[in-house]
Design a protein around this ligand. Structure first.
Ligand SMILES: Cc1ncc(COP(=O)(O)O)c(C=O)c1O
Length: 320
C-alpha cells in the first residue's frame, strides 16, 4: 500500500493469493491451486467483503438511513464483518447467531461493539454442527428483532450487495493474481454470494473457465440429491437449502461433495504443509480442488478462497 488507509474499511479485500504448490506436489498431482487468503481481512474472514458491499449498496439506494439499527443472521463471520463496518460508520448492529456456532465468534462480535443474540439450537442438533433447522430458528428471531426495532435487515442470503462485492473484488483479484491462468473455481456455498459473484466475474474474462459448487456430503441438495445426513462441522454453509436466491441464473459446471472429516484433515494439512491457518470451509475448498486435479481439472489451475481464520475454531475439535 502506497499510503495509510483512512479507516479499516479501506483494507477490506485486496488479500494476497498463494500457490499451494507444496500440497499439490506432495500428492503427486498435475496442475496448480491458487488460494486467496481471505482470513487476512480485518474480521479474519471473506465475509467482510459482503458486509461492506451490502451496507454501501444500502446507503446508496437509501434503504439504510443514517444511524438506523442493522440486524443480521450470521454464523459469526458475516456478523463480524457487519460489526466492523457498522462500528466504523456509526450504525448500531445486532447479530443473531445459533448457539451451535463456536463461542469465539460471539465474543469477537461483542468486542467489536455488536449486540449479540444467541438462539438455542433445534432439538437434537449438536453444538458445532449448525443445521438448516437451527438456522430457521435464527431467522425467526432475526425477523422479529428487525420488526421490533424498525431496523435494516442486511439479509446476506438475498441482498445483491453480497455477490456484487465478490464480482467487483474477489473475482478480478483472483484472475489478476493468477496471471490470467485460472481454468476453474470451486467454492463451498453458504449464501452462495461468494460463488455467484466470483464465477460471474471470472467467466466474464474467461468464458471457458469452469465453476464448481461444493456441498457437504450427505447434505448436497443444490446438486439435486436428497439430504441424508445434515450434520457436518463445516460452519458457514452447507445448510441443505434446496434453493439459494443468490444462485438463481448463476452458471454451475459441476457439483462436488466433501465430508466433514476430509475438510478437517485438509485444514490440518493446509496448516502443516503450507503454513495457512484456516477453518473447516477452507479445508473443504482445498480438498475439492485437490480432487478436481485428480479428475476433470487435471493439469488445470484452480482458484479457491481461504474463507476464515483457524483462530475461530480453537474451541472446536479442528485443532484438538
Ligand atoms: C467460514 C465460512 N465459509 C463459507 C461461507 C459461505 O460463503 P457464502 O455465504 O458466500 O456462500 C461462510 C459464510 O458465512 C463462512 O463464514
Amino acid at each position: 500500500m502506497a499510503s495509510a488507509a483512512g479507516s479499516v474499511l479501506e483494507v477490506i479485500g485486496g488479500t494476497p493469493s498463494v500457490w499451494l504448490d507444496r500440497m499439490v506436489a506432495r500428492r503427486g498431482l498435475e496442475g496448480r491451486i491458487l488460494a486467496k487468503l481471505d482470513y487476512l481481512n480485518p474480521g479474519f474472514s471473506k465475509k467482510d467483503r459482503a458486509a461492506l458491499g451490502i451496507i454501501e449498496a444500502a446507503e446508496s439506494d437509501g434503504s439504510l438511513a443514517p444511524g438506523q439499527t442493522v440486524v443480521e443472521l450470521t454464523s459469526g463471520n458475516m456478523g463480524t464483518g457487519l460489526a466492523i463496518v457498522c462500528g466504523v460508520k456509526g450504525y448500531p448492529f445486532v447479530a443473531v447467531m445459533s448457539r451451535g456456532n463456536s463461542v469465539e465468534r460471539a465474543r469477537m462480535m461483542a468486542a467489536l461493539g455488536a449486540e449479540v443474540v444467541l438462539v438455542e439450537q433445534a432439538p437434537g442438533s449438536v453444538p458445532g454442527e449448525v443445521s438448516g433447522a437451527d438456522l430457521a430458528l435464527v431467522e425467526i428471531e432475526a425477523r422479529q428483532i428487525t420488526a421490533e426495532r424498525g431496523a435494516f435487515r442486511a439479509d446476506q442470503f438475498r441482498h445483491p450487495g453480497n455477490p456484487a462485492a465478490h464480482a467487483q473484488t474477489t473475482g478480478p483479484e483472483l484472475w489478476a493474481e493468477s496471471g490470467g491462468k485460472l481454468t476453474a473455481f470451486v467454492d463451498f456455498a453458504g449464501s452462495g454470494g461468494t460463488y455467484a459473484g466470483t464465477i460471474r466475474a471470472l467467466k466474464r474474462v474467461n468464458p471457458g473457465l469452469r465453476g464448481y459448487v461444493l456441498e457437504p456430503a450427505g447434505a448436497a441438495v443444490l446438486s439435486g440429491q436428497v439430504a441424508s445426513d445434515m450434520a457436518h462441522p463445516i460452519q458457514g454453509g452447507g445448510y441443505a437449502m434446496p434453493e439459494l436466491d443468490l444462485m438463481a441464473d448463476v452458471p454451475v459446471d459441476g457439483y462436488l461433495q466433501i465430508g466433514g472429516d476430509v475438510a478437517r484433515d485438509t485444514a490440518r494439512a493446509l496448516a502443516r504443509e503450507e503454513g495457512i491457518f484456516a477453518g473447516f470451509s477452507a479445508g473443504a475448498n482445498v480438498a475439492a480442488a485437490l480432487e478436481l486435479l485428480t479428475g476433470p481439472e487435471r493439469g488445470g489451475c484452480i482458484g479457491v478462497i481461504i474463507c476464515d481464520s483457524g483462530l475461530k475454531y480453537l474451541s472446536t475439535d479442528l485443532w484438538a
